[in-house]
Design a protein around this ligand. Structure first.
Ligand SMILES: Cc1cc2nc3c(=O)[nH]c(=O)nc-3n(C[C@H](O)[C@H](O)[C@H](O)COP(=O)(O)OP(=O)(O)OC[C@H]3O[C@@H](n4cnc5c(N)ncnc54)[C@H](O)[C@@H]3O)c2cc1C
Length: 358
């Protein structure tokens, strides 16, 4: 079956869904960069998503790659777009599960993962880490969230219900699925600390699987899903707390106030990862975040190629000044990477995820 026939058959099979061909993806990203998807499908429930995935699978002759897009806040989509099918799922149910009678095993493997000074300010580190407090003594509660739930909505909705734990991730503009895919960090915390289990759709077996978080290996900015694109996250169950909502609200307020001063939203978040803590160079003194090195050592703040610019507010953020292309953005990242290699023989890894052909 060719694309055009497949497109028509999809539309007649799923008349209520948004299904478009040659659909420009830039507006679906925070960077506002990116060309078209051959076919774009938007689903609003996990049931719809599963039906669509099964239908595509059964059109075996199509052999079309499938890319899942969350809120597009961590991706750089190629100017030529993404070949095959791109699916955005906005399923956003939140279910608070019945009380837990016995304490859960909180021995999650990532409790003390270093967050590598993720937040940086020209004059100071954002002192978000110092505001940390322990909630492990609070009663626990299990909450199931669909992968398409916007993280800021989940944080606020749960606080209103007296549930805390996600406050450390305020100001991160992703969906829950993207947050898990990336194992987001905020303050001293990674989201993997809170995961109890994950429900997936396995595109190889075409089956649903529910897997305890402890079966997966998590790390700084790393989840098992990054190497397993056949696994689509449908929902997760988090272990959260019936904690102090006033304290949690104060953290949210402070995070948003501090971060909004230095983290431009016309970006894809940090362009590069921070280096492991053992990676240091004498001239830097102690371990330093990537933004500090780009700013204070390479003096590249404000450097612009085409419409892409190293932010004046935060040197690890590359912003779209209005008409940036993916090519402009990548040229800037290459320039920075070359400087790291030349001066310190360091291979600086990207934090953003390029999608499509470059
Ligand atoms: C202003 C700003 C601030 C930020 N601050 C932080 C921060 O403090 N900490 C931090 O860690 N990150 C931060 N980020 C980066 C980003 O917001 C997070 O990584 C976010 O969780 C990405 O989620 P998303 O839904 O936007 O994913 P997308 O960018 O849409 O996708 C990212 C990857 O996840 C995959 N994916 C998405 N959903 C699924 C799914 N259901 N199943 C399988 N794969 C999936 C996609 O295919 C893609 O490869 C920031 C970004 C911005 C713009």
């Amino acid at each position: 079956m060719n694309y055009l026939r497949f497109f028509s058959s999809l539309k007649s099979q799923f008349p209520s869904l948004l299904i478009k061909k040659n659909f420009i993806l830039a507006p679906l990203t925070t960077l506002k960069i990116g060309g078209p998807a051959d076919i774009f499908i938007q689903t609003s429930t996990n049931q719809q998503l599963i039906k669509v995935l099964k239908y595509i699978f059964n059109c075996r002759s199509l052999k079309s790659p499938i890319t899942i897009l969350g809120n597009g806040s961590n991706v750089l989509i190629s100017d030529s777009g993404i070949r095959g099918i791109v699916i955005k799922n906005t399923s956003s149910n939140i279910k608070i599960l019945p009380n837990i009678s016995t304490p859960l095993n909180t021995n999650t493997p990532t409790h003390h993962l270093s967050t590598r000074h993720a937040e940086y300010h020209p004059k100071q580190y954002l002192s978000l880490k110092n505001k940390d407090y322990d909630e492990s003594g609070c009663p626990q509660v299990l909450v199931q969230l669909d992968a398409g739930t916007p993280l800021p909505y989940a944080i606020n909705h749960l606080i209103k219900k007296g549930i805390t734990g996600l406050q450390w991730f305020a100001y991160i503009p992703g969906q829950i699925g993207g947050a898990i895919w990336y194992n987001i960090h905020g303050g001293n915390h990674h989201i993997s600390e809170y995961i109890h289990k994950i429900t997936l759709y396995n595109q190889r077996t075409q089956k649903l699987e529910t897997i305890p978080a402890t079966n997966f290996k998590w790390n700084y900015d790393t989840s098992p899903f990054q190497k397993k694109p056949h696994l689509i996250i449908l929902s997760i169950t988090l272990k959260l707390y019936k904690g102090n909502t006033t304290k949690a609200k104060n953290i949210i307020k402070e995070w948003i106030t501090q971060k909004s001063k230095i983290q431009p939203t016309n970006s894809a978040g940090s362009a590069f990862k921070n280096l492991p803590e053992k990676t240091t160079v004498p001239i830097w003194g102690q371990h330093k975040p990537t933004g500090w090195i780009i700013d204070q050592q390479l003096k590249l703040k404000g450097k612009q190629i085409g419409g892409a610019k190293i932010s004046e507010k935060h040197a690890n953020f590359i912003v779209n000044t209005g008409n940036a292309t993916a090519k402009d953005y990548l040229k800037l990242t290459k320039l920075i990477q070359q400087q790291f290699k030349k001066h310190w023989n360091i291979n600086l890894p990207l934090e953003i995820k390029p999608l499509g052909q470059f």
